[in-house]
Ligand binder design. Structure first.
Ligand SMILES: Nc1ncnc2c1ncn2[C@@H]1O[C@H](COP(=O)(O)OP(=O)(O)OP(=O)(O)O)[C@@H](O)[C@H]1O
Ligand SMILES: [Mg+2]
Length: 371
């Protein structure tokens, strides 16, 4: 399936791959391509390179969806940079039964701590924000950028982490001394009594009360979290979602791409193909610069020191042989990844451009390569 067909056939595309290979670049290029095809697209990005963020106008807007000005595009391109902390707070407001409970949780010291540590886990927040924008139905296509691979599996499983954390049995165990009017210390029995007394010694009663309040308030949110988790997982396999594996033609990043292919297969997650980005291009033939440029070089270097032309041509020849060697090695990575692709999967190659890809014009160039 071509990129354009893939854009038309899906609601959600998720770019995965190792660090620095160009996931954010590819995600933004796909979003832009979709807008060029008349779609309303949203690129949900994590930590884009500063210059790209600036030229998309993202740094000013934080967690807000921002429309990016495009000339002559029949569709619309929107982008949003994830801000984990405020996403978590917004999530609490959403799943709380009323605003009073939400404010209590947000002010709770234990929550602040949990929010800090969960807030650091961007992939979890990504799925949360993703859930919101998908459910809103505002976009024809959402393209999700993901953090580098060490968190990759967390990303697929992270909604479960919160649910596990909030597992009723664990909560129940913690909360039992607080039930019936929260009479801490009076009716404590068994192991939990011991543990609570010990925690009381260590952290002080005030903290423990706050912990209990946190768990008590959170207990009712459990079902909300679980529901969201289940919907996110359903969304990943709804037939309108596909994963795009992004890699650079290097050993480490192609190893990560292979790992991703296996991990997605194991989870039966649909994969549309692999983008090999930053490929060095060469005509593939051993060119003889002397033959191509010899006469011209001789003419131009007439007034220069003797042998300047031959030294220059020798260097050009060496540079070309190096590029050719590099292109050959890189193509081996491309061949290997192609071997393990399914029959319906696509393989896109994007050349390494001069300079960085940090504006709409450069994103368009990447998009054209993918089309
Ligand atoms: N085809 C290309 N040609 C030249 N430069 C590129 C190309 N693709 C990406 N880049 C540049 O490489 C750098 C890394 O790209 P990008 O930020 O998209 O990678 P990433 O996979 O999202 O990184 P991270 O894992 O850190 O999020 C950027 O400076 C980008 O401009
Ligand atoms: Mg990135």
């Amino acid at each position: 399936m071509s990129m354009d067909a893939m854009i038309r056939a899906n609601k959600l595309l998720i770019c995965v791959g190792s660090g620095g290979v160009g996931k954010t670049t590819v995600a933004a290029s796909i979003g832009l391509r979709a807008a060029r095809l008349g779609k309303k697209s949203l690129v949900l990005t994590i930590d884009p390179a500063r210059r790209l963020a600036n030229s998309l106008g993202l740094s000013r807007f934080g967690n807000e969806e921002t429309q990016i000005e495009l000339e002559d595009a029949p569709g619309e391109l929107w982008a949003m940079m994830l801000d984990a902390k405020s996403t978590f707070d917004a999530l609490i407001r959403k799943v709380s039964p009323d605003s009073e409970t939400a404010e209590k949780i947000l002010a709770n010291r234990v929550y602040r701590h949990v929010a800090d540590s969960f807030g650091g886990s961007q992939e979890y927040m990504a799925t949360e924000r993703l859930y919101d924008v998908m459910v809103s139905g505002q976009y024809d296509l959402v393209v999700l950028d993901t953090p580098p691979v060490k968190n990759a599996l967390d990303f697929l499983e992270s909604p479960g982490r919160m649910s596990r954390f909030l597992d009723r049995r664990i909560m129940q165990w913690f909360l039992s001394p607080y039930d019936d009017g929260r009479v801490f210390g009076r009716f404590l029995r068994g192991t939990s009594a011991l543990v609570f007394r010990l925690l009381g010694y260590i952290f002080g009663r005030e903290f423990l009360d706050e912990l209990a309040e946190f768990l008590y308030l959170f207990r009712d949110l459990y079902d909300g979290f679980r529901e969201r988790h289940e919907s996110v997982i359903r969304m990943f396999s709804d037939g309108l979602t596909q994963f795009v594996v992004v890699m650079a033609p290097t050993g480490p990043s192609s190893a990560v791409a292979h790992y991703f292919i296996d991990a997605l297969d194991a989870r039966k997650m649909p994969r549309s193909g692999v983008v090999v980005n930053q490929l060095h291009q060469s005509t593939g033939e051993l060119l003889d610069p002397d033959e191509l440029l010899g006469r011209l070089a001789k003419e131009l270097s007439k007034d220069l020191a003797p042998h300047t032309d031959s030294q220059l041509l020798a260097r050009l020849g060496a540079a070309h042989r190096r590029l050719l060697g590099l292109a050959k090695v890189e193509n081996r990575f491309v061949d290997r990844i192609r071997e393990c692709q399914g029959p319906n999967e696509h393989l896109w190659t994007v050349p390494r451009f001069e300079g960085e890809v940090h504006d709409i014009c450069a994103l368009d160039r990447v998009g054209k390569q993918l089309a």
